[in-house]
Design a protein. Sequence first.
Lengths: 351, 80
Amino acid sequence: MTTAVPSSGHQLKPSQLWGSVIAAGFAWTVGYALNGAFWDFIIYDLAGLDADSHLGASIHFFVYDTTKILLLLVGIIFIVTVLRSFVTIEQTRRALGGRHEGYGNVAAAGLGVVTPFCSCSAVPVFIGFVAAGVPLGVTMSFLIASPMVNEVAVILIFGLFGWKVATAYVTFGLIVAVVGGYVLGRLNLERWIEPFVFETTIDGQPVEPSTTMPWSDRFAMARQEVRTIIGKIWPYLLIGIGLGAVIHGWAPEDFFVNLAGSGNVLAVPLAVMVGIPLYSNAAGIVPLAGALADKGVALGTVLAFMMAVVALSLPEMILLRRVLQPKLLATFIGVLATGIVTAGYLFNTII
Amino acid sequence: MDIQVLGPGCKNCSNLEKATAEALEQLGMAQEITKITDYGQIAAYGVMKTPALRIDGEIKVSGRVPSVEEITKIISEATR
């Protein structure tokens, strides 16, 4: 019973439903606007900590950033889920069905961002796309863009790095997905897909519930999504921001600069190599990356590190192994890693 | 009636199974729930977002865990 969506929306009149959404939006705005002032008052005035001390700065960083990120996540996941309830993955597949490489890769990367997706769906999506005749490279563009440019990662980067870095992340993420998918499509790797994928015939009639869903159900779905995501990522978020706070307050200024500053030519590939096997969702890694950037690690390096962690995770690779033979999987990882390293270098050169 | 819960075994899949079992109990039906965990099979049914609920060969829900109330409604509509 506890796991189901409370469908209280059914008992609400439309005016009550929209009233509560507007009230929640107002409460959110006030909370977000007062966050800084509130914690200034609590930490510096009430608790009497010094804003210039290690302890004061770290604690303030921790509570202020945690509150800000949580508010951003709740607000934006809610909005994104409501918007996404209008898009289904079946529509996406249909849209990509007749597309050829090139334009298809661009469309796939774009749709990867707006289509609801989670990494546990990677395999059914892969089979569903390939069996329906979507070209391999186009499918790959979708599979790269969808987890990499996801709302949680983008919100966190926006919250901790600002809109410029968030824009760069989205742009480079899409370019890596388009080019990576295109390259993978050119390599004629179809023979390394597990044969059963092509033997799968799709006979089911997909549901299209979202086209007729009432607003109350969309909001209920969005509430559930917010709860699920926050419930899943909060430990990572607290640890990530906690470590970030420690680095922020205590790590010596030149430690990371020597290790991975702009002086180290190999910093980008190193960051990607460290990032690939790391399994953390964006929630844990972005705050940490934020602290590293504060301490002088080049921004492109940090960006490449985040992309590697978010786009390539060991559990997802293990899942994809069911449909991709080892050679194809290795090529996939190789192409993606090369793309991310290039993006990192490019960004370091531009900035 | 043939009731299937489709999903590779993620958390939401077992949530859907629990909710479906509860709905059946509320309806007083002693129906078995079949679990489909094979990816090829799931994809062959046309499902790309798990978990999914399939009743008598028809996908009723995909990609979310509906409330017990909603599942009850779906099942009783399917029995008619």
